[in-house]
Design a protein around this ligand. Structure first.
Ligand code: NCD
Length: 332
């Protein structure tokens, strides 16, 4: 049998096992979406859907990555991303190591690189890293031989979040091309915003970043996005709203006078839903703060796809792990 020549997903699980990874896929790490091409992004989305089907919506465990070990290295809090990577690894038959900075030797003065090398010496095949310093995964990728996956580096990138957001939109709309997607809220501190912007623009969507001027610089226009300070003005044009949490923990000074004022101007509520397109999609990477970036009726309402995003996260992370590790099953 011949190998698939381009970036396409094999038609069945059996073919996936015998033709591990498309020849043209060239990545050993997933550090961000900035440097992926549109076809590479599409390939990950296609693999995510294929693997989701192959695991029968999460009910069946595959053994595609049996014998592989994935380490979660989280130096920041996480509910969704960490558990999602763990489940994704397990659904592909891999083992997982869970590392948290609290309770580890980091608290005894060990350097970050020494800690990471120690985990790698336990013969792990990939480390999934979340850290408050931008560039941490890039730095790790230079020191470790195993694959490095960025699970959020400060305000820089969160590629699997961008991918799962984009997959959720594609499932509802078929294609990203020509859609208008607004990221609303704390753009300045959001790695989700950056990864979404790179991915959405490459797939042909129009992107608007919207929020208070203290959290949305005019400089974002240089990336090819529209900058707006008025949710009410852009609302009628939007196909998708991605509502970002205000990341108070990353801010030295409060970026607006009060949460109440923010909510009046930027929270998605029932009145604003009425002024939106009939089929608007309401998304949020989570954690959501009910009553701040959106009201409970909107979070739980018919336009919300927030929990679908969570489900899609596992599929995206399975696809990521398979694409990075599937070709090297005999490499260790
Ligand atoms: C985000 C994060 O940590 O980057 N959440 C997530 O991963 N689902 C966004 C946030 O913390 O607000």
């Amino acid at each position: 049998m011949t190998q698939p020549s381009a970036l396409t997903v094999p038609a069945s699980l059996a073919l996936m096992e015998s033709h591990p990874i498309p020849e043209d896929w060239r990545h050993h790490h997933l550090l961000g979406l900035e440097h992926l091409t549109a076809s590479e992004i599409t390939l990950i989305l296609d693999y995510a859907e294929a693997l989701h089907r192959a695991t029968e919506n999460g009910r069946k465990k595959l053994d595609l990555l049996k014998g592989r070990t994935i380490a979660n290295l989280f130096f920041e809090n996480s509910t969704r991303t960490r558990n999602s990577f763990s489940l994704a690894a397990k659904r592909l038959g891999a083992d997982t190591v869970e590392f948290s900075s609290s309770g580890s030797s980091v608290a005894k003065g060990e350097t970050f690189i020494d800690t990471a090398k120690t985990i790698e010496a336990m013969l792990v095949d990939a480390v999934v890293v979340r850290h408050s310093s931008p560039g941490t995964p890039q730095m790790l990728s230079k020191h470790l031989a195993c694959s490095v996956i960025n699970a959020g580096d400060g305000p820089h990138e969160h590629p699997t979040q961008g991918l799962l957001d984009i997959l959720t939109i594609r499932q509802h709309r078929g294609s990203l091309a020509g859609l208008t997607v607004a990221m609303v809220g704390d753009i300045a501190h959001s790695r989700t915003a950056r990864s979404n912007i790179w991915g959405l623009l490459k797939l042909g969507a129009k992107v608007i970043v919207c929020g208070p001027a203290t959290l949305v610089s005019k400089n974002w226009e240089k990336l090819g996005v529209e900058v707006s300070y008025s949710l009410d003005k852009i609302l009628p044009r939007c196909d998708v709203l991605n509502l970002l949490r205000i990341q108070f923990e990353r801010q030295a000074i409060r970026p607006f006078p009060s949460v109440h004022e923010y909510t009046l101007l930027y929270a998605m509520n029932q009145e604003r839903i009425k002024k939106s397109k009939d089929d608007i999609l309401i998304m949020a990477p989570g954690p959501i703060n009910r009553g701040v970036e959106l009201t409970p009726e909107v979070a739980d309402g018919p336009h919300s796809v927030i929990l679908e995003q969570v489900t899609n996260g596992i599929a995206i992370r399975m696809a990521t792990l398979w694409l990075l590790l599937g070709r090297r099953l005999d490499a260790r």
